[in-house]
Design a protein around this ligand. Structure first.
Ligand SMILES: NC(=O)C1=CN([C@@H]2O[C@H](COP(=O)(O)OP(=O)(O)OC[C@H]3O[C@@H](n4cnc5c(N)ncnc54)[C@H](OP(=O)(O)O)[C@@H]3O)[C@@H](O)[C@H]2O)C=CC1
Ligand SMILES: CC[C@](O)(C(C)=O)C(=O)O
Length: 328
C-alpha cells in the first residue's frame, strides 16, 4: 500500500487553477481555509440566504453563489451534505462544468450509488479526510494533519490523481499520509465504520453499559465517568499506540478482565449482525432507505434525535462536563 506524504506531492499542478469549495460547513470551512492558507486560489460557493454566506465572508473568503462558483472554477469540490448533493448538482453545478474540469468530493457516496452522473468530459476525484472538519482545521493550524483517502473515478486530463493529492497536501492531510482507494471502497467502509463502530456501535455500547450500572443502583455520575468519559482517554491511547500499547498502559487487572470478557460483550451474534449491516450497505439498501427518509422529511431521524437528547446519560454528562470545566 502506497502512502503519499508531502515530499511525494507537487502542488504546482494547482498553480493556475481556481478551486470552488461548495458548502462551508464542517468540511467546507476547514478545507477551504486550509487550502487558502496553503496558497491555493479558493472561492466559496454557498446559498445567499444561508448562514454560511456571512461566516465565509467573515473568514475573508471570496464568496459567491454555487452556480457562479461552479462556472468559474477549474475544480468544483462538493462539500455540502450527501443527501442534498444530487439536487444541488443538477440545479447549480452541472451546467458550469467544462471540458477538462474536475468534480471533486470528500465522500464517494453519490458517485458510487449513481445519484450523481457527471458528464464524460470531466475528472471525478475524491480526497476524503478520516476525521471531522474541526480536527481538519485544528491539526492543520498545529502544523500537522489528519490522514485521508484519495480516489480517482474518471481521469480525462491525465493528472486527476495529482490534482486530488495536491488538494490533500494543501489541506494538511499529507503531513499524516494519504492512502489510495476507490469510490466503492471508501463509501462502503465509511458507512460501515460510522454505523457499526464510530457513531452507532460506540454510542449503544456506552448507553448499554451506563444503563446496566444505573439500573443496578450505582450513582449515574460514577457510571458516566466509567462508561463514557474515560473511553476517550482509552481511545487516545489506542489512536497513539495501538491495542497492545493501550493494554500496556492499563492495569494488569483491567487487561485480564478486558481480554477474558470482551467476546461476551461483542459475541458471535453481534459479529453476524455486523455482516448483515455490511451487506445492506453493499447492496445499496441503506442508501435507498436514507433517500426515502429524506424524501418524506426525515421523520425517523427527527424522532431519534429527540429521544437521544432526553437520555439520562446526556443530562448527567452535560452537568458533569460543566462541573469539570470540560464544557461551558
Ligand atoms: N462532517 C465531516 O466531518 C465529514 C464529512 N465528509 C463529507 O464531506 C461532505 C460535506 O459534509 P459536511 O461537511 O458534514 O456537511 P455540512 O452539513 O457541514 O454542510 C453544511 C454546508 O452545506 C450547505 N448546505 C446544506 N444544505 C444545502 C442545500 N440544500 N443547498 C445548498 N447548500 C446547502 C450549508 O449551507 P447553509 O449555511 O446555506 O445552510 C453549509 O454550507 C459530505 O460529502 C460528507 O460525507 C467526509 C468526512 C468527514
Ligand atoms: C465518523 C463520521 C464521518 O464518517 C467522519 C467524521 O469521518 C462523517 O461522515 O462525518
Amino acid at each position: 500500500m502506497k502512502i503519499y506524504h508531502e515530499k511525494d506531492i507537487d502542488m504546482g499542478v494547482l498553480e493556475d487553477k481556481t478551486i470552488a469549495v461548495i458548502g462551508y460547513g464542517s468540511q467546507g470551512r476547514a478545507q477551504a481555509l486550509n487550502m487558502r492558507d496553503s496558497g491555493l486560489n479558493v472561492i466559496v460557493g454557498v446559498r445567499k440566504d444561508g448562514k454560511s454566506w456571512n461566516i465565509a465572508k467573515n473568514d475573508g473568503m471570496e464568496v459567491t453563489t454555487i452556480e457562479d462558483a461552479s462556472k468559474r472554477a477549474d475544480i468544483v469540490h462538493v462539500l455540502i451534505p450527501d443527501e442534498v448533493q444530487p439536487k444541488v448538482y443538477e440545479k447549480y453545478i452541472k451546467s458550469g462544468l467544462e471540458d477538462g474540469n474536475t468534480l471533486s468530493f470528500s465522500h464517494g457516496y453519490n458517485i458510487h450509488f449513481k445519484n450523481i452522473i457527471p458528464p464524460k468530459n470531466v475528472n471525478v476525484t475524491m480526497i476524503a479526510p478520516k476525521g471531522p472538519g474541526a480536527m481538519v482545521r485544528r491539526t492543520y493550524k498545529e502544523g500537522f494533519g489528519i490522514p485521508a483517502l484519495v480516489a480517482v473515478e474518471v481521469d480525462v486530463t491525465g493528472d486527476a490523481l495529482d490534482q486530488a493529492l495536491a488538494m490533500g497536501k494543501a489541506c494538511g492531510f499529507a503531513r499524516a499520509g494519504i492512502l489510495r482507494t476507490t469510490f466503492k471502497e471508501e463509501t462502503e467502509t465509511d458507512l460501515f465504520g460510522e454505523q457499526v463502530v464510530l457513531c452507532g456501535g460506540v454510542t449503544e455500547l456506552i448507553k448499554a453499559a451506563f444503563d446496566t450500572l444505573v439500573e443496578a443502583g450505582y450513582q449515574p455520575e460514577i457510571a458516566y465517568f466509567e462508561t463514557c468519559h474515560e473511553l476517550k482517554l482509552i481511545i487516545d491511547l489506542i489512536y497513539e499506540k495501538g491495542l497492545t500499547g493501550m493494554w500496556k498502559n492499563v492495569s494488569n487487572t483491567a487487561e485480564y478482565g478486558g481480554l477474558t470478557r470482551r467476546e461476551r460483550v461483542i459475541s458471535q451474534e453481534v459479529r453476524n449482525e455486523m455482516k448483515k449491516i455490511l451487506k445492506e450497505i453493499q447492496k445499496g439498501e441503506f442508501a435507498r432507505e436514507w433517500a426515502l427518509e429524506n424524501q418524506v422529511g426525515r421523520p425517523v431521524l427527527k424522532r431519534l434525535r429527540e429521544i437521544e437528547k432526553e437520555l439520562k446519560i446526556e443530562k448527567v454528562g452535560s452537568k458533569l462536563r460543566k462541573l469539570c470545566g470540560l464544557e461551558k
